[in-house]
Design a protein around this ligand. Sequence first.
Ligand code: SF4
Length: 929
Amino acid sequence: MSKTAWLDGQAFEIREGETILNFVERQRETGAIPTLCYDSRMEPFGSCRVCMVDVAMKKNGPCRTVASCHTPVGEDMHIFPDSDRVERLRRNIIELVLTDYPKDMINGSPNGDRELYDVVQRVGLKQVRYAEGENHKQREPDTSHPYMQANLAACINCYRCVRACDEIQGEFVLNMKGRGFDNRIIMGAEKSFQDSPCVSCGACAQTCPTGAITDINHSMSVAADREVRTVCSYCGVGCNLNVKVKDEKIIAITAPPEADVNQGHTCLKGRYAFRFQSHPDRLTSPMIKRNGQLEKVGWDEAYDYMAGKFHSIRDEHGPDAIAGISSARCTNEENYLMQKFIRAVIGTNNIDCCARVCHSPTALGMQWSFGTGAATNSVHDLAKATLFLIIGANPTSAHPVTGAKIKQQVMKGVPLIVVDPIRTEMAKLAKYHLALRPGTNVALLNMFAHFIIEAGLVDEEFVNSRCEAYPEFAESIRQLDIDKMERACGVDRNLVKDAAIAYATAERAMEFHGLGVTEHTQGTKTVTLIADIAMMTGNLGREGVGVNPLRGQNNVQGAADMGAQPHQGAGYLDVTKQGSADHYRENYGVSVPTHIGYKIPQMFNAALEDKLKALWIMGEDVVQTDPNTQHVMDALNKLDMLVVQEIFMTETAKLADVILPGTTFLEKDGTFTNAERRIQRVVEVVPPLEGTKTDGQIVVDMMNRMGYEQKGYDADITLQEISKVVPFFAGVKWDELGIDGKQWPVKEDGNDTKILHQGEFKRGKGKFHYFDWQETRELVNHGDEYPFILTTGRELEHYNCGTMTRRTSNVDLLTEDILLINPRDAHKKKIQTGDRVTLTSARGRVELNARVTDKVKTRVLYTTFHFPEMMINFLTSNETCSDSLCPEYKVVAVNVEKAPVQKPTNGRQVNGKAVKVQATVQSSNTTSS
Ligand code: SF4
């Protein structure tokens, strides 16, 4: 029997666990009861009492007044939200609140459209009878931060900002200090915003109902003409954004509270780092290099030049002398078209994308184990997990909104295991931090599996009914030399054992991994081991479990799904199979090649060997982001034609023969697929800058110029074509994606899939794989001469090589790449924080500033590669994952010394020769990868 309560005399069903406020809003609408301290994303607080309602426990019984936001609705309760008494009380409360609020800010700008103003209107308050208080006037505005400002004179002590900082982001930066009239918000230890440990997520500014903390972009005096909902183009979380536009200029971004992915939250990149879109550095004209100089030309001239070159190179050297690199920053539709151009128009499978240098081992390893290489579960499942395992990922920096969600769960008591050589923010919260030596993931995970078997914690039923090759795997694992593995990875076996038992005994263990797993010579093998431990403990095919790669770029999942890889076409069909070729021929109207094309590292080698003559790169700065920079530059310089389609003059673009000015995600329609396989609509916010074209239109223009008929770029029409070619997009339709998108596979009837491999794996049985751990050749060959291991990662403030974020005020928050060094190593090398140091590897030498910290182990060094002034990839090697050819960024044998000259330089040396690089951030561009 359902239970009911009464609202203004009418009975309605009540739901388990709902408050009176939820109950009333379900019958009426959001905002039915005025609130001030309430935010649906946070725990009820009940401090302002504006949401009071009258309640009687029986019909015609006496009423009492309660705060509806935190009072559970009870059976047979009689609720009167708008009684005369309640309305009078609300007016009185608001009147008192306003005595502590600057009068000039109530009705007019700059904060006139804030929630407080709405509530004043709602309760019908016409005038304040009491004198304005004095205490709030003493508070000086804080304008120290590039994106947020605090005018605490307007604070009403509702605690929403404090709670948002705690409960949404989990930073605990804001706090309340003082008593009585002296009660006030402080940032950290009474620092300014800029000096506090604030991570600039903007959650406080978004929730503040009074304008006491504001987003400086969201100037209340400038009402936006319109607001467009789209999807962030930084990381693979895929946060939804509301972009506000005034006079065709983007003025601010907020996050829609109802968005399924991010529930009103973003990181500072999604919310604030958008001004690159209109930056004066944007490329706005095609260019062709003549006599060593790039000259502006018209689109037709650029297209004709390219078509002529493509034709002549194909006639003389065959189609395999041409290649393309597609972009994880572009839409699914654009990636689909790019791979189609290379396959159907040029006639080669030489197409790849930046998945090669990040998660290609994930795709391959998970395909070997499960039959498909995508995250098995959804972000929603985080709330269901009873244990988290994070391997080689730093989500609070690289995937901040997912990171914040995991952090919230961990702070509520869900145990966390972190496998990472660096003491990341998550590692500090972890119950088990397995700080292994870089390059030993396989050794550690083999130990992990060994202890699960030894403790008798294998889920026999799952393994026997759903998997294959377990006996061989288990036999090899039992034979492991644990002493050797322990020595190799440098983690106490008892810690590994405790963590393994915790994982295996958790009811629902959810795994996440990042590039610390994949960017190794044994990257693919590590991924299969992660799949092994999930299968042996039955942590697949249900809520709150799974193997979940944290995809780095916003649409790297989509780029691979669309076929931007040389061995599988759109929809992951094997290009060597006749059935695939027939399928593509039917859809493309032309035959496609059936031999595997070049992967990105092979493209560079082929160029150096004169086999590859032309390369079209769409939205990727391989010079800055790919390993062994000199090798990459030599390869690009060897080509007959390098075409670079970009938004800025990147390091790669500087080497181009043809430049094509593309557009940002804010200037186009299409879809992105996030890390949980969610296909979401990207919607044009402003038209493309004059002189630029959408990347999809550029590819379509070239298809037609080369004689292949393709309709103009239109997201809807292209998606219709994709849904015929890509089996798991069968039911994807532009108009039916809705505001929250759909997770593939999407069946023809439009139903999507939250959790993969329920009941059966994509490949039928899940397959176990065993691999011995092997020391990387980089350390075997160079470890004696270069005894430190350099490993790299990302900082929150910048995105990869920083092309976009360095053209925003994020540079005021983080200005350079820093080398982290352990205090013992620093002591031996006489290095102190702030010292300039020289890093050398077998490939080259760079200089940067050092920070001494125990976040890194001895003999391990850590840095980022956001700034071209450092160009860390001059140090990295040509070693790659032996299965997927993903470069080994995470293990570089280096030496470190205090630099002889203690001042910053912009020079570096490669193989003893000086290399000239750009000197300033404004003119030294890097891209999008
Ligand atoms: Fe964008 Fe990722 Fe930040 Fe979300 S978490 S706002 S998707 S960068």
